[in-house]
Design a protein around this ligand. Structure first.
Ligand code: DI6
Ligand code: FE
Length: 396
């Protein structure tokens, strides 16, 4: 398939702009890209001068879960705080109870609705974490649902095991026992079922300590799985430094990351994933250290963190806007954060830019310039979508 009359933003390095560009797709991959005048001959799809970017990548979501936490949203606005709700048995544990009780069929149905909302904005790759099961069977159930979601849509889904999301009520007083279950049972059996692409943990006062997180990372490394970490979201425990030591793909949240932490992830080539949705919903005051990340040239990605508690955000475009307004990212950094750098955060070398050899995952937009994508809130300028070389949404 040859596409002509494109306003290209390849996202190679920076926007990588080219007017009157053409793209040749073969076997789901980009075979050729360049000025239209140099394009191979043959019948072509006229793209009417629309802007084309790589398909967007949401590299951090928890979109498979049961129940909802609208009540906690209301409680917080009546003065309760996120950590206090969690300590009282709500928070993550509340979603754990609902997810354990939900059938696979219901999780699939509600997950599909959320996934489709993301995909409608030109998202073509989504990461989904477990972590609302916290027992062997339910962790596997969540990841199985994520694999089924991938079968039902042309999008790529990457599964992340998050058995170390928090200590379930039944092991609150016996961390060691739960760690044994995570490392030697849950992770192992989900891995053997082919359900795990990476391993994550929540390193925080209300969840796993640095030492406990390290035990999970060791178990991941034994299985040759890449790691990532929810780090320094509510406080600075030094989780990012540990993640860097284990060559983590990404450290996520990082509002409380200090300069030592920035330097550690710079050395390890770990991506800094910013989650402005959680910052916004929790009405957090401390913003992540964007200036330090920038000056050290750490790759910055952004993601929805779609989850029922701290970030019921179902829009990656809105997340780009929030990263700009709340964290001061430039629109260009925001777009790199959902393309090239988000691919890196998932360890995917075959997407995130429009270049030869990459997957033909493309989003077409009714906007003049790529910077316009981060500008509105609640408006979706998508025009067409190509997923793995095929139109999943055609030009109107
Ligand atoms: N941080 C988050 O933002 C999610 N998990 C985590 O460790 C959401 C957790 C939740 O409140 O359900
Ligand atoms: Fe998260």
């Amino acid at each position: 398939m040859l596409l002509k009359n494109l306003n290209l933003a390849s996202m190679s390095g920076s926007y990588g702009l080219m007017q009157k560009a053409a793209i040749l797709i073969e076997n789901g991959h980009i075979k050729w890209v360049g000025p239209e005048v140099d394009a191979p001959s043959g019948p072509a799809v006229n793209c009417h001068g629309t802007l084309v970017t790589p398909g967007l990548i949401d590299c951090h979501t928890h979109l498979v879960y049961g129940g909802n936490r609208a009540n906690e949203f209301e409680q917080r606005l009546n003065g309760a705080d996120y950590a206090a709700i969690a300590k009282a048995g709500g928070g993550i544990m509340s979603t754990v109870r609902a997810t354990r009780a939900a059938s696979e069929e219901n999780l699939l149905k509600s997950g599909l609705k959320r996934l489709d909302t993301l995909l409608a904005e030109g998202v073509t790759t989504v990461e989904i974490k477990s972590g609302y099961g916290l027992d062997v069977a339910t962790e596997a159930k969540m990841l199985r649902v994520a694999r089924k979601l991938e079968k039902q849509r042309a999008a790529t889904i990457k599964n992340t095991f998050l058995g170390a999301h928090t200590f379930p009520a039944e092991y609150k007083e016996n961390h060691q026992e739960y760690l044994n279950i995570v490392c030697n049972q849950s992770l192992k059996s989900a891995f053997e079922e082919g359900l795990v692409d990476a391993v994550d943990a929540f390193c925080e006062g209300i969840a796993f300590s640095v030492e406990e997180t390290e035990a999970v990372f060791k178990a991941a490394k034994k299985l040759n799985l890449p790691v990532k970490l929810h780090a320094e979201q509510l406080s600075n425990l030094g989780g990012a430094k540990l993640a860097a030591k284990y060559g983590a793909l990404s450290v996520d949240h990082i509002e409380y990351l200090d300069l030592d932490g920035v330097e550690a992830i710079q050395k390890s080539g770990t991506v800094a994933v910013l989650l402005p949705g959680a910052y916004y919903y929790l009405r957090e005051k401390q913003a992540p250290p964007v200036a330090a990340l920038r000056s050290r040239k750490v790759a910055i990605a952004i993601a929805t963190d779609l989850n029922p508690g701290s970030s019921p955000v179902h829009s990656l475009l809105s997340t780009m806007n929030m990263a700009c307004v709340l964290f001061g990212l430039t629109p260009e950094e925001a777009l790199l954060g959902v393309t090239k750098n988000a691919a890196k955060a998932l360890g995917l070398a075959d997407r995130g830019e429009i270049k030869v050899g990459h997957r033909a995952d493309l989003a077409f937009w009714d906007v003049e310039r790529p910077g316009d994508l981060a500008y509105p809130l609640g408006f979706n300028p998508i025009s067409a979508i190509i997923q793995n070389g095929q139109f999943s949404k055609a030009f109107a």
